[in-house]
Design a protein. Structure first.
Ligand code: NAP
Length: 213
């Protein structure tokens, strides 16, 4: 595929670009201040900032380009608007709060645990430059396990992306934990999303679990 990679110079983008090329994709990198030119591409991938992502993706969708979005910080209004633009353009916009397979499994296991141990709290820990808080993954986990779950956010140097879901019961504690140790963790999920993009219905699809099978 000819892929427009928005945020190519960022922490995720700089890992993703070479790996997409190695997987056979032809990548055009776009950074802050560069024009977003959807023409001549098959798909866009966005790992930018909460401020940049919506205008970037709107521009790609208006140019008829299906999009894979990893940038977090989009609220329900943003998602609804992007879904409507994608439907109008007849293409898919795929948004995942976490492209790491292990994190998706953590959320799935947490949903199962919550059926039996309803008292839960989430601790999410990220590098100090992460702009949004709480993380998209923590919010998605909270929605999955009941909605009204306290989330504690830690921002410190040395961390990448980590989350614990703690379930307390009489005389016991269950902890489900996932650690992203490097940004390589996001590559297989993005490759899978790009692979499935042409088969998705026009409009919004959310979550890696929707394409995992
Ligand atoms: P980062 O290192 O700050 O990278 C963001 C990049 O986007 C920077 O190179 C920035 O350029 C560039 N940028 C800013 N505005 C832009 C624009 N209008 N058009 C194109 N590029 C623009 O951040 P990161 O750690 O790579 O993370 C990026 C996003 O992905 C964040 O929202 C993060 O939370 C999210 N994320 C999601 C997942 C997931 O699995 N879904 C995983 C990791 C991260 P400058 O340096 O010039 O500002």
């Amino acid at each position: 595929m000819k892929v427009l990679l928005l945020g190519a110079g960022g922490k995720v983008g700089s890992v993703l670009g070479p790996r997409l090329e190695a997987a056979g994709h032809d990548v055009t990198g776009v950074g802050r201040g560069d024009a977003v030119e959807p023409g001549g591409h098959d798909a866009a991938v966005d790992f930018t900032t909460p401020e940049a992502v919506r205008p970037n993706v709107e521009r790609c969708l208006a140019g008829g380009l299906a999009c894979v979005v990893g940038t977090t910080g989009l609220d329900d209004n943003d998602l609804e608007a992007l879904g409507a633009s994608a439907r109008d353009a007849g293409v898919a916009v795929f948004v995942a709060p976490n492209f790491a397979l292990g994190a998706v499994l953590m959320m799935r296991f947490a949903a199962e645990a919550a059926r039996h141990m309803p008292r839960a709290e989430i601790v999410e820990l990220h590098h100090e430059t992460k702009l949004d808080s709480p993380s998209g993954t923590a919010k998605a986990t909270a929605r999955l396990i009941s909605g009204d779950v306290p989330i504690h956010s830690v921002r410190l140097p040395g961390l990448v992306a980590h989350q614990e879901v703690l379930f307390g019961g009489d005389g016991q504690l269950l902890t489900i934990r996932h650690d992203t140790l490097s940004r390589e963790a996001f590559v297989p999920g993005v490759l899978l999303a790009l692979d499935r993009l042409p088969t998705l219905p026009p409009g919004l699809t959310v979550g890696l679990e929707a394409v995992l099978g």
